[in-house]
Design a protein around this ligand. Structure first.
Ligand SMILES: Cc1cc2nc3c(=O)[nH]c(=O)nc-3n(C[C@H](O)[C@H](O)[C@H](O)COP(=O)(O)OP(=O)(O)OC[C@H]3O[C@@H](n4cnc5c(N)ncnc54)[C@H](O)[C@@H]3O)c2cc1C
Length: 382
C-alpha cells in the first residue's frame, strides 16, 4: 500500500505503527493484527531484514515462536544442538548436555525473519521495507501521534493512535525520547562456509577478555557461525574491536585456514532507556533494553515483550486514557518480569570476570555432576 500523506496535510491513520521489522516488531505486529487492529510496519532495510546474530534460540525463544505459530517451520529449517561445551584458554573443554529445554535451536536470521514476515503478512499487517523512520510526530501535550518516514529525497507523515518502537539497540530511542544514552552490549560474528568438525555449541574463554566469550555454532554440515561478544558492555566497542583483531581473527585463521568471511558487529539492548514513555508510544525488544547482559540472548525477550505489548493493547484498547495508562504501567511490568534474571546475569558476569574462579568452576564441573548442574543452570538461566 502506498504511503499516504505529505507533511502538514491530514494523514490517513492506522491503529498501530510499528517501527522496525526485527523479532520484537514483527511479534507485536502479528499479535495485534490477529486481534483485529490495523497495523503498519516500517523497516529501513529493503527486503527481508537481516542483522548480525549468533542464530541460537533457547527454550524460551522456541516457546514464543510456537505461540506465534511459526516454530514448526523453523524446526524443519534449522537444527537442534545436542549440547554445548565451554573451554578456557584452549584447555580441554567441559561438555554439557542439558536436555531439550536447555539446548538451542539454530536458525539463520534471514530464515527467522522470512517466517515472521510471512506470518505478519498472513495476519494482514502492511509492511513497508526500505522505509526508514526519521522521527516521531508529537501532539501539543507531548503525546506521540505518528511518525515521519523517509521516502526518496523527502519525508511523509503517517499517523496512528499507537506507535511501537522496535528499532533495536542504538541511538534512535534515546534521540527520539530525549533519554540519556545507555550502556549497550556488543558482539560481532561471521558465517563461514566449508567443512567443519563442530558438533556442539562451543564457548571459548580467554583470560584477557572475560567475561566476554567467543562462540562457534554449527549452523549446518558445511556452515558455522563464529563470533565474539561482550554482552554486559564492558569496554564498549573498543574492546570488541581488540577482541576481533587479537582473538577472533587469529582463531578463525588457525581453525579454518583459507576460509574468508566478513565480520559484522552489532549492539545489544541490555538497559531500559532512563526516561518516561510519552502517551502513544510503547517500546519492545532491544529498544526497551531487555536482552540478557550475561549471555547476550535477546530474541526470546524481543518476542515476549512484543507479545506482552500486543496482549495489553488488545485488552485495554487505544483510547487516550488506555494509552496513557499503558505507557506508565508496561515499563514496570517489563522490569518486573526480567528483574530476577538481570540480577543473576549481573552477578554471574562479575564472577565470570575472575580467571581463577572460572578455571576452578570448570574443574569442579568436570569432576562433579553437581558442579555441572550449577553451571548449566546459570548458562541456561533456569
Ligand atoms: C553479533 C550478535 C549475536 C547475537 N546472537 C544472539 C543469539 O544467538 N541469540 C539471541 O537470542 N540473541 C542474540 N543476539 C541479540 C539479538 O540479536 C537481539 O536481542 C534481537 O535481535 C533484538 O530484536 P529486536 O527486534 O528488538 O531488534 P533488531 O533485531 O535489532 O531489529 C530492529 C529492526 O529495526 C530496524 N530499524 C532500526 N531503526 C529503524 C528506523 N529508524 N526506521 C525503520 N526501521 C528501523 C532495523 O533495521 C532492524 O531490522 C545477538 C546480537 C548480536 C549483535
Amino acid at each position: 500500500m502506498p504511503l499516504a500523506t505529505q507533511p502538514g496535510s491530514k494523514s490517513t491513520g492506522t491503529d498501530v505503527i510499528v517501527v522496525g521489522a526485527g523479532p520484537s516488531g514483527l511479534a507485536t505486529a502479528i499479535q495485534l493484527a490477529r486481534s483485529g487492529m490495523s497495523v503498519c510496519v516500517f523497516e529501513r532495510q529493503p527486503g527481508i531484514p537481516d542483522r548480525p546474530c549468533g542464530d541460537a534460540h533457547t527454550g524460551a525463544s522456541r516457546r514464543a515462536l510456537s505461540a506465534l505459530g511459526v516454530l514448526d517451520g523453523l524446526m524443519a529449517a534449522g537444527s537442534m544442538s545436542p549440547g554445548y561445551s565451554v573451554c578456557l584458554d584452549g584447555a580441554h573443554p567441559v561438555e554439557f548436555h542439558p536436555g531439550l529445554e536447555g539446548n538451542c535451536l539454530l536458525v539463520p536470521r534471514p530464515i527467522l525473519s522470512r517466517a515472521l514476515v510471512d506470518a505478519a503478512v498472513s495476519a494482514g499487517v502492511e509492511i513497508h521495507s526500505g522505509r526508514g523512520v526519521t522521527g516521531l510526530v508529537r501532539g501539543p501535550g507531548g503525546e506521540v501521534s505518528g511518525v515521519r518516514v523517509r521516502i526518496g529525497g523527502g519525508e511523509l507523515v503517517r499517523s496512528a493512535r499507537l506507535t511501537v518502537l522496535a528499532v533495536g539497540a542504538g541511538l534512535c530511542t534515546s534521540a527520539w525520547l530525549g533519554a540519556a544514552t545507555v550502556r549497550l552490549g556488543w558482539a560481532a560474528r561471521c558465517i563461514l562456509d566449508g567443512p567443519h568438525d563442530v558438533r556442539l555449541l562451543e564457548f571459548h574463554l580467554h583470560p584477557d577478555f572475560l567475561p566476554g566469550y567467543l562462540w562457534v555454532f554449527p549452523l549446518a554440515p558445511g556452515r558455522v557461525n563464529i563470533g565474539v561478544g561482550f554482552p554486559n558492555g564492558t569496554g564498549g566497542p573498543r574492546l570488541l574491536r581488540r577482541a576481533m583483531d587479537d582473538w577472533l581473527a587469529p582463531y578463525v585463521r588457525r581453525r579454518f585456514p583459507g576460509v574468508r568471511a566478513a565480520l559484522r558487529s552489532g549492539a545489544i539492548g541490555i538497559e531500559p532507556p532512563p526516561c518516561q514513555w510519552p502517551p502513544g508510544i510503547l517500546l519492545v525488544g532491544d529498544a526497551a533494553g531487555v536482552a540478557d547482559p550475561f549471555t547476550g540472548e535477546g530474541i526470546s525477550m524481543a518476542l515476549e515483550t512484543g507479545m506482552l505489548v500486543a496482549q495489553r493493547v488488545a485488552q485495554h484498547g487505544l483510547s487516550k486514557g488506555a494509552l496513557t495508562a499503558m505507557s506508565e504501567s508496561i515499563p514496570s511490568l517489563m522490569r518486573e518480569r526480567y528483574r530476577q534474571r538481570r540480577r543473576v546475569a549481573a552477578s554471574f558476569s562479575r564472577l565470570a570476570s575472575i580467571p581463577g574462579l572460572v578455571r576452578f568452576s570448570l574443574c569442579a564441573a568436570r569432576l562433579s555432576p553437581a558442579g555441572l548442574h550449577v553451571i548449566n543452570r546459570l548458562m541456561t538461566q533456569r
